[in-house]
Design a protein around this ligand. Structure first.
Ligand SMILES: CSCCC(=O)C(=O)COP(=O)(O)O
Ligand SMILES: [Mg+2]
Length: 244
């Protein structure tokens, strides 16, 4: 492994169990979506997410969608959110909506994010060694901050120096990783991207990043021959950075 100045982390299947996201967080969002829309329709953050849902659905705006369909905009957004959740589509607008619904769960303590036990000590060790750690997830930046701010291991946000979501670009496109490295101010080759998804690692590698496939309990099996180094724990990555 070459010199690592920054570590870029995927969440689901990498820092945290797929089962926590699918069995706890997604059902929480699905059950709470209609009530959240009913209570908060007209709020600024919900309006922004609703506009993004409309754009993701191919409309110029929510108003344009309403005109084209003749339907109530709140109904359009709810139906589309449920359709996307049922199809497990990680669309930017849906992820923004889910983050808003999760907020009260994380803040009340009803939700506490799972992290694998090797994650908190590795984050602390990497940071102490001068390695900058950031997150790139399909989950919105708002959701990421709630997640790592309310984990089973406590508040991990002080160990993280940045967050990226799909507003930067899709996780399976090399341009997204080039954009992240540019925003970070690091050469792509100085960044190690850790993920459970080979297509994401391929995209990061095409952009020039170092990569490792993270294999965790409960992850989907990965076909051999992908060419990425494999780790089962972050403890296998005793990185020594150079600071910035
Ligand atoms: C960090 S927010 C909850 C996770 C989430 O909604 C998600 O879609 C995870 O996607 P990832 O890109 O981290 O695998
Ligand atoms: Mg993942």
């Amino acid at each position: 492994m070459h010199l690592v100045q920054g570590v870029l982390l995927d969440v689901e299947g990498t820092t945290s169990a797929v089962a926590y996201v699918y069995d706890v967080m997604f059902p929480y969002a699905r059950q709470g979506m209609q009530g959240y829309l009913d209570t908060n329709w007209g709020s600024e953050s919900l309006a922004e997410a609703a506009e993004q849902v409309a754009r993701d659905a191919g409309h110029a705006s929510l108003d344009a969608w309403r005109h084209a369909s003749g339907s109530d905009p709140q109904r359009l957004v709810l139906d589309e959110a449920i359709r996307l959740m049922d199809a497990d589509v990680k669309a930017t607008g849906l992820k923004q909506l889910q983050g808003l619904v999760w907020q009260s769960g994380f803040e009340s303590g009803e939700l506490r994010a799972h992290v694998f036990p090797d994650v908190p000590p590795a984050l602390a060790a990497w940071r102490a060694a001068g390695v900058d750690v950031r997150v790139y997830s399909s989950g919105s930046i708002h959701a990421q901050r709630l997640f790592f701010g309310h984990s089973e291991a406590g508040d991990l946000l002080p160990q993280l120096s940045g967050h990226y979501d799909t507003t930067t670009g899709p996780k399976r496109e090399a341009a997204s990783y080039a954009q992240i490295a540019a925003d970070w101010g690091l050469p792509a080759a100085g960044v190690l991207f850790l993920s459970d998804i080979v297509a994401e690692l391929d995209a990061a590698s095409t952009a020039g990043m170092q990569t490792a496939l993270v294999v965790r309990p409960g992850n989907a099996a990965v076909e051999p021959g992908h060419g990425h180094p494999v780790v089962e724990t972050f403890a296998a990555l005793p990185l020594t950075g150079v600071g910035r």
